[in-house]
Design a protein around this ligand. Structure first.
Ligand SMILES: Nc1ncnc2c1ncn2[C@@H]1O[C@H](COP(=O)(O)OP(=O)(O)OP(=O)(O)O)[C@@H](O)[C@H]1O
Ligand SMILES: [Mg+2]
Length: 260
């Protein structure tokens, strides 16, 4: 059975910068969607196999997340291959990638994505590399041919200090939606080791920070779910839509219209 393309959202987690939180966000988002009752596939496109390793240690007691180790196969980026290897009931596909530098790699990833999340840490170096990456992304011919929703997830922000002004300045200059902020929290590395999501950790002493991070992941899901898929919207239209603004009509209507 081929997946029902009307229901599937393919979420690409990507940045040219290594260590910015791609695997952390991909795995935690996979868990968050799974806990919300969605059928989830996690695609590991990275030869390091970090998501695959996370999946290997994941307990069977947790929600089931299907893993596809795309980097192991030839032709991994072919849309056809990609679809036939995807179980038919999947509703959310989350793609964890390597740090993409090559234009061809970016092209095939863009072509297989409906929505693009760019994790970014708040340092000057990370912002500089991310700005270059975002520019490469939105000016890429594959993107311009069919623009998709792109949003930044700011990662590892100090919980007490909050979002630095330099990041707010960066985000307004980049003119890309700021989807959510994740904080620097030990729970993410604990969860990575245990093959679970931050929302699956049980710790009464850290309940408050875990709940805060869970809320941020829910904000990402809400944003993703309100974006048009395989859209023909223009970059200008994407820029005009304020972050978190509700779209008109039902989701199915908008999905169908976007894919028509
Ligand atoms: N918000 C966070 N709080 C605390 N630790 C974090 C957070 N985000 C990521 N980390 C830790 O930072 C390290 C790098 O994160 P991660 O592996 O997700 O980055 P990546 O972008 O996938 O890296 P790579 O480019 O190597 O694939 C990991 O040890 C992870 O546990
Ligand atoms: Mg990774």
């Amino acid at each position: 059975m081929e997946p029902d393309l009307q229901r599937v959202r393919r979420i690409l987690v990507v940045n040219g910068k290594g260590g910015c939180g791609k695997t952390t966000i991909a795995t935690n988002l996979a868990v968050a969607y799974s806990k919300a009752g969605k059928q989830v596939a996690l695609i590991d496109q990275d030869q390091q196999g970090s998501s695959a390793e996370w999946h290997r240690v994941r307990s069977e007691q947790h929600e089931d997340i299907r893993l596809i180790e795309a980097y192991r196969r030839e032709g991994m980026y072919e849309t056809r291959t990609f679809q036939t290897r995807m179980p038919g009931d999947i509703e959310r596909v989350i793609m964890d990638t390597t740090s993409v530098g090559h234009s061809h790699d970016l092209e095939v990833l863009i072509k297989n994505a409906d929505i693009i999340l760019v994790p970014m840490m708040a340092s000057a170096i990370d912002m500089r590399v991310s700005m270059r990456f975002l520019t490469d992304l939105v000016t890429h011919r594959a993107f311009r041919a069919r623009p998709r929703a792109v949003g930044v997830v700011v990662n590892r922000v100090h919980a007490e200090r909050g979002l630095p002004e330099s990041v707010e300045h960066f985000l307004s200059c980049a003119d890309i939606p700021h989807v959510a902020t994740l904080h620097d929290d030990r729970g993410y590395s604990d969860a990575a080791e245990l093959g679970c999501g931050i929302s699956e950790l049980a710790s009464q002493s850290r309940a408050e920070s875990l709940a805060r991070e869970q809320a941020a992941l829910e904000t990402i899901m809400e944003w993703v779910d309100e974006q048009p898929i395989c859209s023909r919207v223009t970059v200008a239209a994407l820029r005009q839509r304020p972050l978190g603004a509700k779209r008109q009509g039902t989701q199915q209507d908008s999905d169908t219209a976007a894919r028509a």
